[in-house]
Design a protein around this ligand. Structure first.
Ligand code: SF4
Length: 379
């Protein structure tokens, strides 16, 4: 382990730190409106600002070391990262943190990072370099890095940017508030939490969402494929599915909170449930359960894999009707068999589903129209 870097799995068993790292700050201004702001330079869907929900400040779970902290959270990368940001924002909101629209107003600046493209990594490194001056002049200002870069490059980040306070990998995001408390209590920094073992669980947290009526909902994490160009299996680990009752419970909480549309997330969502025993948990069964939730009007899911998308899924979409949106996002990646082999994608250009069984299952009778409306999206 590097000198000056403090792994949380050791610190959690160490003696309590002595000096206090700072008292709780004054409550942030509650704006009460959630609205996104986009940074056009960010990779993927861009950055999101979560503004303060006054209900959170009145919450019973507020913690004195977190309550009132002004947070600005910037998300790089994919929908999975957006979900993680929304859930971490939800966890911090439960503890009473407030959210500010301007980075300059933040007492805690969080970067949720992406390792898929070098550009996104460079952007984070650039932002961290830029913050050195601010940190020197305002030691109470806190910087956190979470997500894929934290998981993959955590020790390097700590070494290169020793003024970063907190580095949290993809599997310990649910511990973010507790880790933040430790920093505020005076734990030595950078505090590094990148254990490999646990899989992240957000419990009963309600996500702080970019859109009031639409929400992401992760149903699997990680990936068991080994596409040659992809870092996901190394940053997020092997695929782990959430049990159907857990997913349904979270969907109900979201529906109770005003959500009418959910987007289920999984790297290869068609394999949902393989680790739970597919006869008990699979995507068609999950869709059927979610379909029964009152208040939900639209259910979507991404991302399908051409090798894994099977007829039972098409059948379920056919049978469940219009609540499950007639849309499958299935990145083919290439039309060249030679390239697909080099990518280790496991299929050829003759995609199942594009002209095969699945499409035929839907092409007859009343669903011909849905198919014609564009059921399959590929890139
Ligand atoms: S299936 Fe998707 S997430 Fe999994 S390794 Fe391939 S590209 Fe990456």
């Amino acid at each position: 382990m590097m000198q000056g870097v403090h792994h949380v799995h050791r610190l959690l068993h160490a003696d309590p730190p002595g000096a206090s790292g700072g008292a709780a700050m004054a409550p942030a201004e509650a704006r009460g409106v959630e609205s996104p702001e986009k940074d056009p330079d960010l990779c993927g869907p861009g950055g999101t600002v979560y503004e303060t929900d006054p209900r959170a400040l009145a919450g019973s779970q507020a913690h004195p070391l977190v309550a009132g902290t002004k947070v600005h959270l910037v998300t790089f990368g994919c929908q999975m990262n957006k979900y993680d940001s929304e859930m971490v924002a939800g966890l911090l909101g439960e503890k009473g943190a407030g959210f500010v629209a301007q980075e300059d107003d933040a007492e805690l600046l969080i970067f949720n990072t992406c390792s898929v493209r070098g550009h996104a990594e460079d952007r984070v490194y650039g932002r961290l370099s830029y913050l050195k001056h601010r940190k020197r002049h305002n030691p109470g200002f806190m910087i956190a890095v979470m997500g894929c870069m934290a998981q993959k490059e955590g020790e390097q980040i700590a070494k290169r940017f020793p003024y970063v306070d907190l580095i949290v990998g993809t599997r310990q995001l649910h511990e973010f508030p507790k880790l933040l408390e430790r920093v505020r209590e005076g734990a030595r920094t950078p505090l590094l939490a990148i254990d490999e073992t646990p899989t992240v669980e957000f419990g009963e947290t309600v996500a702080r969402r970019e859109h009031r009526h639409a929400a992401f909902l992760t149903v699997t994490r990680g990936c068991n494929k080994r596409c040659t160009y992809c870092v996901v299996p190394y940053t997020r680990g092997p695929e782990v599915s959430r049990a159907i009752p857990d997913v349904v419970a979270e969907a109900r909480r979201l529906a109770d909170d005003g959500v009418i549309e959910i987007m289920l997330l999984g790297q290869t969502i068609d394999t949902y449930g393989h680790d739970l025993g597919r006869e008990h948990a699979n995507l068609p069964r999950l869709l059927a359960e979610l379909h029964q939730i009152e208040g939900l009007r639209r259910i979507r899911f991404i991302t399908s894999h051409p090798e894994e998308c099977q007829e039972d899924l098409w059948r379920a979409m056919h049978d469940l009707g219009d609540k499950v949106m007639p849309f499958i996002h299935m990145p083919a990646q290439s039309g060249s068999d030679r390239m697909l082999r080099r990518m280790a994608r496991g299929y050829t250009r003759a995609l199942p589903g594009s002209r095969g069984d699945g499409a035929e299952a839907l092409s007859g009778g009343r669903d011909r129209e849905r198919l014609d409306r564009g059921l399959l999206r590929r890139d």
